[in-house]
Design a protein around this ligand. Structure first.
Ligand SMILES: Cc1cc2nc3c(=O)[nH]c(=O)nc-3n(C[C@H](O)[C@H](O)[C@H](O)COP(=O)(O)OP(=O)(O)OC[C@H]3O[C@@H](n4cnc5c(N)ncnc54)[C@H](O)[C@@H]3O)c2cc1C
Length: 412
C-alpha cells in the first residue's frame, strides 16, 4: 500500500505515526514545501521572543523518519492532484503515485497589502524575517487582536525596545473565542503589560511609514504584522474533483468525497457536533485528532472522529485562559449562561448551556479543571443535576470523580 501525505506538520505526522502503527510494511511518503523538519508552530511566538531556541521547537528530527521508515520529501510544493490517475505533481514536475492520499497542507495567513515591511507569522522563515526587522525597526503595528495577533504582540514585546500597537476592527479583542466580559479583563491585563490596543480601528493600508485606519486617522509604523486570519492551502486542488468550501469537506472518517482521499488539520472542514456547523478547527489538538482519525481509516481501521470541538488554550504574561464551544450570548442557540467572577484577581468563569447540556465555556485565571469541562462539553450529556454547581469558581470536579458515578451523593 502506498500512502502519500501532503504536509509535514502536526496533522500529517500524526496520521503517519498511526498508519505505521497499523501497517508495518506500507510505503509512507510525506511531502512538504518547507525546508525544515517537523516543528511546533505554537512555539514560534516564543522563538520570536527569544524564550525558546530553534532546537526546542523541533518535534521530529531525521531519526524519527528513519525509525518509522517514512520517506520525507522536503522543499517541494505539490502543484496538482490528478484524482483519476491516483497521482500528484510536484513543482519540479515529478509525479508521485498513491493508493491513499492525505491532504494535511494546513493554512496560510490572509494578507492585505504587501511591501518590504509587511509580514505575517506562520513559519520559521517568517519569524526570521520579523526578527530581522525588529532588530532595526522599533514601531510595530499588529493587525488583528485574535490569538495570533496577540501572540505576535507578545513575541515582539519581548524584543529590545519594540513598541507594539495592536489594531482591531471589531469592538473587542479575541472576538470569536471570548465573550465581551472576558475580553475586557484580558485586555486590561495586556495593556498593563505595555501592549497598546486600539479597537474599532480597521486597517486600510500601509505606505511604509504610516498605517491608515478607517475614519482617516494614521499611526506611525516602521513595520506591520498581519494577523487577520488564515485560509486553507487548497489552491492545488482546483479541478481535482475534491469537494471544497473554505477548506476540504470531510465526513466523520476524515474522508473527502473521493474514497481514497482524506483531509485533516487546518486544511479540513469538518462537522462540529456542538456548534452543528461545518467548521475549520484551526488548532493543534484538533489537527492531532483529525490526523490520527484519518491515519486509522487510511490503514483500514474504521474510526469515526469523536469530540472534535473548537477550543483554545492560551497564556499571556502569566494570565491563562481556556475557551471552547459556543460563546456569543447573542447567538440564538444559547439558552442560559452562568457567570462567576472575581475581577480584581483576574478570575472569570462562564458556562453556556442549551437543553441542559454544556455547549460552551470560558475560564480566565484559573484553568486547572478546563480539561474536565472540555470532556463534559464533548460528551454532550444532560447535566441538569449538577449544572449550577459547575459554575462556582471553587467547584472541584475531582469530588464528583471521587464519588465515581454517584453524583447524587456529592450533593447530599
Ligand atoms: C505562530 C502560531 C502559533 C500558534 N499557536 C497555537 C496554540 O498556542 N495553540 C493551538 O492549538 N494552535 C496554535 N496554532 C495553530 C496550529 O499551529 C495549527 O492549527 C496547526 O499547525 C495545524 O496543523 P496542520 O498540520 O493542519 O498544518 P500546518 O501546521 O500549517 O502545516 C502544513 C504543512 O503542509 C505543508 N504544505 C502546505 N502546502 C503545501 C504544498 N502545496 N505542497 C507541499 N507541502 C505543503 C507545509 O509545508 C507544512 O508542512 C498556532 C499557529 C501559528 C502559526
Amino acid at each position: 500500500m502506498k500512502y502519500l501525505i501532503i504536509g509535514n506538520s502536526i496533522a500529517g505526522v500524526s496520521a503517519a505515526r498511526i498508519i505505521r502503527r497499523h501497517d508495518k510494511d506500507g510505503d509512507i511518503t510525506i511531502v512538504t514545501k518547507e525546508a525544515y523538519p517537523f516543528y511546533s508552530k505554537c512555539l514560534l511566538p516564543y522563538y520570536l521572543r527569544n524564550e525558546v531556541g530553534f532546537d526546542e521547537t523541533i518535534l521530529a528530527d531525521e531519526n524519527f523518519y528513519k525509525e518509522k521508515n517514512i520517506y520525507l520529501i522536503k522543499g517541494r510544493t505539490v502543484t496538482k492532484v490528478l484524482t483519476d490517475k491516483n497521482k500528484l505533481l510536484l513543482d519540479n514536475n515529478q509525479e508521485i503515485l498513491y493508493d491513499k492520499l492525505l491532504i494535511a497542507a494546513g493554512a496560510s495567513p490572509i494578507q492585505i497589502g504587501n511591501g518590504p515591511n509587511i509580514f505575517s507569522l506562520r513559519s520559521f522563515d517568517d519569524v526570521e524575517r520579523i526578527k530581522e526587522a525588529a532588530a532595526r525597526l522599533k514601531k510595530a503595528v499588529v493587525v488583528g487582536a485574535g490569538p495570533m495577533g496577540m501572540k505576535v504582540a507578545y513575541g515582539l514585546k519581548g524584543r529590545l525596545g519594540c513598541n507594539v500597537i495592536v489594531l482591531e476592527a471589531g469592538k473587542q479583542v479575541f472576538t470569536r473565542i471570548l465573550s465581551k466580559r472576558a475580553a475586557f479583563i484580558l485586555s486590561k491585563h495586556l495593556i498593563n503589560k505595555g501592549i497598546e490596543i486600539k479597537t474599532n480601528s480597521r486597517f486600510i493600508s500601509y505606505d511604509g511609514k504610516h498605517v491608515k485606519i478607517d475614519g482617516a486617522s494614521h499611526i506611525e509604523a516602521d513595520f506591520v504584522v498581519m494577523a487577520i486570519g488564515v485560509k486553507p492551502n487548497i489552491g492545488f486542488l482546483n479541478s481535482s474533483g475534491i469537494t471544497t468550501n473554505t477548506g476540504v469537506i470531510v465526513d466523520s472518517y476524515m474522508r473527502t468525497n473521493i474514497d481514497n482521499i482524506y483531509a485533516a488539520g487546518d486544511a479540513a472542514e469538518a462537522f462540529d457536533p456542538v456548534t452543528k456547523r461545518y467548521t475549520i478547527n484551526a488548532t493543534w489538538p484538533s489537527a492531532v485528532l483529525e490526523g490520527e482519525t484519518a491515519g486509522c481509516n487510511m490503514a483500514g481501521i474504521e474510526t469515526q472522529i469523536k469530540g472534535n470541538v473548537s477550543s483554545n488554550s492560551i497564556q499571556f504574561f502569566g494570565l491563562s485562559f481556556v475557551s471552547a464551544g459556543l460563546l456569543e450570548s447573542d447567538d440564538q442557540q444559547i439558552e442560559e449562561e452562568i457567570i462567576d467572577e472575581d475581577i480584581p484577581k483576574n478570575l472569570f468563569k462562564r458556562l453556556v448551556f442549551l437543553d441542559n447540556k454544556l455547549v460552551g465555556f470560558e475560564f480566565l485565571g484559573d484553568v486547572q479543571n478546563a480539561g474536565i469541562y472540555l470532556d463534559i462539553l464533548k460528551e454532550q450529556k444532560d447535566i441538569s443535576q449538577f449544572k449550577n454547581r459547575l459554575s462556582y469558581l471553587d467547584f472541584d470536579y475531582g469530588k464528583v470523580l471521587k464519588f465515581a458515578g454517584t453524583e447524587e451523593r456529592f450533593f447530599l
